[in-house]
Design a protein around this ligand. Structure first.
Ligand SMILES: *Cc1c(COP(=O)(O)O)cnc(C)c1O
Length: 355
């Protein structure tokens, strides 16, 4: 820390992203990226746009706004775009939390939430998951703060039903409820339709996972025009050109190419189910996942040990050294071949344990 660093950040612990090693080729199952390339339509439109990059991008994101409004059946004033959904979440922590209105989220969830709270200088309170790692909706009734729930949750993969989400929104009429749907396309029900009926609901989604555009950085929030206007106030106060031209074009292409989207996510879901069963046969406890990853633990090999043994074999998964998570690993659902390699490696590691 330099002697110039602001006191307000002296206690800030930044988020630790999953490893993006450049030293050798790994089978990367650690950051929930898609194993499939972006839609060819998205790639073509982004490439065509590259030649116009001497000009700033459209701060209103008109082309993408029109496409998203049609796609999600919402008003054009009901959506805000971010440089990744992380940016939208960051705006939401700034816009809707303060000393009288803490952020409230599960104790086990997206690791960025407490970092956003600290960076924005707002208090937060965590709510323990149940013994089985699920969220108890009643714990969020009259929460007395701005609620952030990932649905499906990360790193568990467990989804709440839409009725439970609606109950939480209904029971907190005077607070904003943010539903982070980064993984919703892999098996949960989206709360987007509820945004027309509840002015306190903000739904956040991303192009990073189900639309294979993690490296393009594109996410968005959907909510009442009033909520969206608040987020736009922040966006225009930080970086009105937050969505670059190529990313905007790629987003339009990704939304247009519905067939490609459906093929990719169906493949991920089918692979997930196959691997979940296979891990079960290898003696793993696998939580029921509605996402593009599996959260698994074994009594034969510890979480940290399995992580290290897989890394040695060229396979990266995500291990969180936190209480209740220490024996678990989060494994992204990759291609069929990648998952075959994972299962072979795990069978091998367990065999060695038993010697
Ligand atoms: C991946 C992820 C995000 C953020 O993704 P972006 O790449 O910033 O759009 C947000 N929330 C959760 C729960 C995630 O797993």
């Amino acid at each position: 820390m330099s002697r110039f660093f602001s006191d307000k950040y002296s206690a800030l612990t930044p988020y630790t992203p999953g490893e993006q090693p450049q030293d050798r080729r790994y089978i990367k199952l650690n950051t929930n990226e898609s194993p499939y390339p972006p839609s060819p339509v998205a790639v073509r439109l982004a490439r065509e746009e590259a030649g116009s990059c001497m000009l700033y991008s459209d701060p209103q994101c008109r082309s993408l706004r029109v496409a998203a409004a049609e796609y999600f059946d919402i008003g054009e004033d009901a959506v805000v775009f971010g440089n990744g959904s992380d940016e939208v979440l960051n705006f939401a922590f700034s816009a809707f939390c303060d000393d009288r209105c803490p952020a409230v989220f599960p104790d086990i969830s997206y690791g960025f939430y407490p970092v956003f709270a600290e960076q924005c200088g707002v208090p937060f309170r965590t709510v323990p998951l149940r013994e089985d790692y699920s969220i108890a909706p009643q714990d969020y009734f009259a929460a007395g703060g701005t609620i952030f729930i990932a649905n499906p949750n990360a790193p568990t993969g467990i989804a709440l039903g839409l009725d439970a989400i609606e109950a939480i929104v209904r029971e907190n009429p005077n607070n904003v409820v943010v539903i982070d749907e980064a993984y919703v396309d892999f098996g949960a029900q989206s709360a987007v339709p509820l945004t027309k009926r509840y002015d306190n609901l903000l739904v956040v989604q991303t192009f990073s996972k189900s639309r294979s555009l993690a490296g393009a950085r594109l996410g968005f929030g959907i909510g009442s025009p009033e909520l969206i206007r608040d987020l736009e106030t922040l966006r225009y106060s930080v970086n009105p050109y937050n969505i670059n031209r190529m990313t905007m074009a790629a987003g339009v292409g990704a939304l247009a190419d519905r067939d490609y989207f459906d093929v990719c996510r169906s493949r991920v879901i089918a692979t997930r189910e196959r691997v979940s069963e296979a891990l079960g046969r290898l003696g793993f406890n696998v939580l029921p996942s509605s996402a593009n990853f599996l959260f698994a633990s074994s009594s034969a090999v510890g979480g940290a040990e399995l992580y290290a043994a897989l890394k040695e074999r060229g396979i990266l998964v995500r291990h969180f050294g936190a209480p209740r998570l220490d024996n678990w690993n989060r494994i992204t659902v990759g291609s069929e071949q990648e998952m075959d390699a994972l299962l072979d490696a795990i069978a091998d590691i367990i065999k060695e344990e038993k010697l």
